[in-house]
Write a protein that binds this ligand. Structure first.
Ligand code: PEP
Ligand code: MG
Length: 290
C-alpha cells in the first residue's frame, strides 16, 4: 500500500478518533498487509479536503492556505497522537509513514523531531515499535523539488504527489473545469520536476515513488520508469494492468525515451512519445484513442 489516507476517519465530525482508536486501525492495516509495506500518510486536510476544525474565517485561498502538514505542525498534540499510533502499529507489520505538503527542510525537521519525541515516550512507556520504520516526504510543492537534495538528507524516501505537483507547477486549480485543459501531467516543467526529484533521491541513496493519479496512466509508464521512478502507487483496480505494463518494458529503452522527452518543448509531444512506446510494448492495454 503506497498511500494509506487517514483524513477520512480522522476528520469524521461525529467521532474524533483517539490515539487508541487510530492504533487499532493501523494495526489492522499492518496485519492485513503482513510482510508487504504499507505507507500511512499523516493527516492531509485543507484545500479541497475537510478542515480539522471550523475556521473562524475561511481561508481566502484554501489551496495556498492552512493545509497538509501545516495543520499538523500547528496542532502538535493532535499530530503526536497520530505519530504514536503509527509507531505503535509498526511493531505489527511493515508500516511506514509520510508527511504531506512539505514545502521545505524546516517542516521536515520539525516532523522528524516530533517522531523522535514520540519514540522516546513510547520507549519510556515500554511500548514496542519499529525504530527503523521508513519515513518519507511527499514531494508535491515546487519549492520541495528545488530543495530536494536537502530534504533527502532527512528522510528514507520521496513520494511524488503529482496531483498537487502539477497544480502548483502550472498554476492550474485541479478542481476547476474552466482551466482543466491546462492541467497537463506531461508539461515539460512537470517532467523536469520529476527528474530533479529522482536525481536528488539517487544522490542521497533513497527511493522515489509516485502516488498521484499519473502513476496509473498506462501511456506514461515508459516515461516514469525512464525518469527513475522506483515505485508506482495506484488504486486496487489498476494494479494488474500497471504490473503487466511494467513487466513489458525495457529499462534501458525507457531511459533513452526519458532523455528524449526531457528535451521536448511541449506536453503533447512528450505524451505522444511515451504513448507510442507504451502501445508498442503492451498494445492490448492501450486504448488507441487515448
Ligand atoms: C497528490 O497530490 O498527488 C496526492 C496523492 O494527494 P492528494 O490527491 O490526496 O492531494
Ligand atoms: Mg496532494
Amino acid at each position: 500500500v503506497g498511500l494509506f489516507r487517514t483524513k477520512f476517519f480522522l476528520l469524521d465530525t461525529e467521532y474524533s478518533p483517539t490515539e487508541e482508536d487510530q492504533t487499532e486501525i493501523y494495526i489492522e492495516l499492518a496485519k492485513r498487509t503482513g510482510s508487504q509495506p504499507a505507507i500511512i500518510r499523516t493527516l492531509d486536510s485543507g484545500g479541497d479536503k475537510l478542515s480539522t476544525e471550523p475556521l473562524i474565517e475561511p481561508d481566502p485561498n484554501p489551496f495556498l492556505g492552512w493545509r497538509g502538514i501545516r495543520v499538523s505542525l500547528d496542532r502538535p498534540d493532535f499530530f503526536k497522537e497520530q505519530l504514536r499510533a503509527i509507531l505503535r502499529a509498526s511493531a505489527h507489520g511493515k508500516i511506514g509513514m509520510m508527511f504531506p505538503f512539505i514545502s521545505g527542510i524546516s517542516e521536515t525537521r520539525r516532523c522528524q523531531t516530533l517522531v523522535k519525541e514520540c519514540m522516546g515516550e513510547l520507549e519510556a512507556e515500554g511500548c514496542k515499535f519499529d525504530a527503523n520504520l521508513e519515513i518519507g516526504a511527499m514531494i508535491e510543492i515546487p519549492s520541495a523539488v528545488l530543495v530536494a537534495d536537502e530534504i533527502a538528507q532527512e528522510v528514507d524516501f520521496f513520494s511524488i504527489g503529482t496531483n498537487d505537483l502539477i497544480q502548483y507547477t502550472v498554476a492550474v486549480d485541479r478542481i476547476n473545469n474552466r482551466v482543466a485543459k491546462l492541467y497537463r501531467s506531461t508539461h515539460p516543467a512537470v517532467i523536469r520536476m520529476i527528474k530533479m526529484t529522482t536525481d536528488a533521491a539517487s544522490r542521497a541513496g533513497i527511493w522515489t515513488g509516485i502516488c498521484g493519479e499519473m502513476a496509473a496512466d498506462l501511456s506514461l509508464i515508459p516515461l516514469l520508469v525512464g525518469l527513475g521512478i522506483d515505485e508506482l502507487s495506484v488504486g486496487p483496480h489498476e494494479i494488474a494492468p500497471v504490473r503487466k505494463a511494467l513487466l513489458s518494458l525495457d529499462f534501458g529503452e525507457c531511459k533513452t525515451l526519458a532523455e528524449e522527452a526531457l528535451a521536448m518543448p511541449t506536453s503533447a509531444e512528450i505524451y505522444h512519445l511515451s504513448h507510442e512506446a507504451a502501445r508498442a510494448a503492451y498494445p492490448d492495454l492501450i486504448d488507441d484513442n487515448g
